[in-house]
Ligand binder design. Sequence first.
Ligand code: ZN
Length: 81
Amino acid sequence: MCIRIAVVDDLPTIAIWDPDEVTILVDRGTHPHDLIRELHAILTNDFGAPTIPGAGLTCICGEPLELPQELQVTAAPALTL
Ligand SMILES: [Zn+2]
């Protein structure tokens, strides 16, 4: 099952892994650059997702990880890791 990303309000931190939903919850107010970096750290450190230079975030299966629509617009320029 692929990891999903969901944007929520009032998260106490940048991003939290929710194992029940197989979803990484991210805080709506986070700067996209910090958000991408945090997500990348979680995916690679906690899940061993492969790092593909220039490909942005990657799921544990190696597929590109899709950001929620509202993050794609602002996060796109920061996707080059
Ligand atoms: Zn996947």
